[in-house]
Ligand binder design. Structure first.
Ligand code: R5P
Length: 295
């Protein structure tokens, strides 16, 4: 048994106030430690932003171009991403358990591209999310869609379950073909997600008024990539989004369908974390792409 410590010269630094660890993310200062710690695995504390690599597309559209072989196409990119957004099937089958970056797990699903995509259900038990040690779960919210209410309920149920374990929820605003991606709609959808408990919201960029969308959302917004654009345009869009208040990006096709995915994710990271201007980032992309051209 250890002896009692009876020394009288202990130093309690009575004149130094205890450190008050504020939290770097918008709207997140009052969460519990576990949730903050997980958010700090998704967002870099030094910049308050994230480069999330989304490759969960297979959950409704099968082997999307660029994702035919996740082990070959995506695993080499993983060290350049702050977080990976994926399904549990891909995590367990294809991602090495030695991966140390953030994991955001797709938690809704059901319909394929052959059906009405808004008809989703919760597709992941929070206990399994804990078992896989994930840092967040993602759910699609179809504001204005056929199954709007059910999709919102999916999200609120995940938020309740997430609070039990300290796992944040990423509300993904899905824009149906019939809905306009303008600031009014995106402001409505993102605010609904945040009001009903999502700790992070993912939404598309819009050319007009995106800064109003981010300002009106009390929690961090990450920009969705959308369909493949020329690399210079995708870098420009990412730059504008972060300069207009996004806490980073969650991009898929614009990275893994690029001519040089490794160069692209590094150029996106320079835009997000170093505020690199898009023209310069495109130059960086071209240089890195040259370096990685197979002999
Ligand atoms: C939304 O439906 C899913 O999360 C997508 O897999 C993801 O958002 C798509 O990323 P991107 O549009 O950048 O390819």
């Amino acid at each position: 048994m250890p002896e009692a410590d009876e020394r009288d010269d202990k130093n309690f630094h009575e004149d130094t106030p205890a450190a008050d660890h504020g939290f770097f993310l918008k709207g997140s200062g009052q969460y519990d430690w576990g949730m903050k710690n997980r958010l700090a695995r998704i967002f870099r504390p030094e910049t308050g932003r994230t480069v999330m690599l989304a490759f969960d597309h297979g959950y409704f559209q099968g082997p999307t171009t660029g994702l035919e072989r996740v082990d070959l196409n995506i695993v080499p990119l993983a060290p350049h991403a702050d977080a990976l957004m994926l399904t549990r099937g891909i995590l367990r089958s294809s991602i090495p358990a030695t991966h140390r970056g953030g994991i955001v797990m797709r938690a809704s699903g059901g319909p394929s591209i052959l059906k009405d995509l808004s008809h989703e259900r919760i597709a992941l038990d929070m206990e399994d999310a804990v078992r896989m040690n994930v840092h967040g779960v993602a759910v699609q919210v179809f504001v204005g869609g056929e199954h709007e209410t059910e999709s919102v309920e999916n999200m609120t149920k995940l938020v309740d379950a997430g609070y039990r374990y300290g796992i944040p929820v990423l509300g993904v605003t899905a824009v149906g073909r019939e809905l306009t991606r303008d600031a009014r709609y995106l402001g409505l959808a993102t605010r609904i997600c945040a009001e009903l408990g999502a700790q992070v919201v993912k939404t598309y960029y819009c050319d007009e008024g995106f800064e109003r969308v981010t300002a009106g959302c009390p929690v961090p917004i990450v920009m969705a990539g959308g369909k493949k654009l020329p690399e210079a345009d995708a870098l420009e869009m990412a730059y504008r989004a972060v300069q207009q208040g996004a806490a980073g990006v969650d991009m898929g096709r614009n990275i893994f369908q690029s001519e040089s995915p490794a160069a692209m994710i590094r150029a996106v990271a320079a835009v997000v974390h170093e505020d690199m201007r898009p023209e310069q980032a495109y130059e960086l992309y071209r240089e890195l792409a040259q370096e990685t051209v197979p002999a």
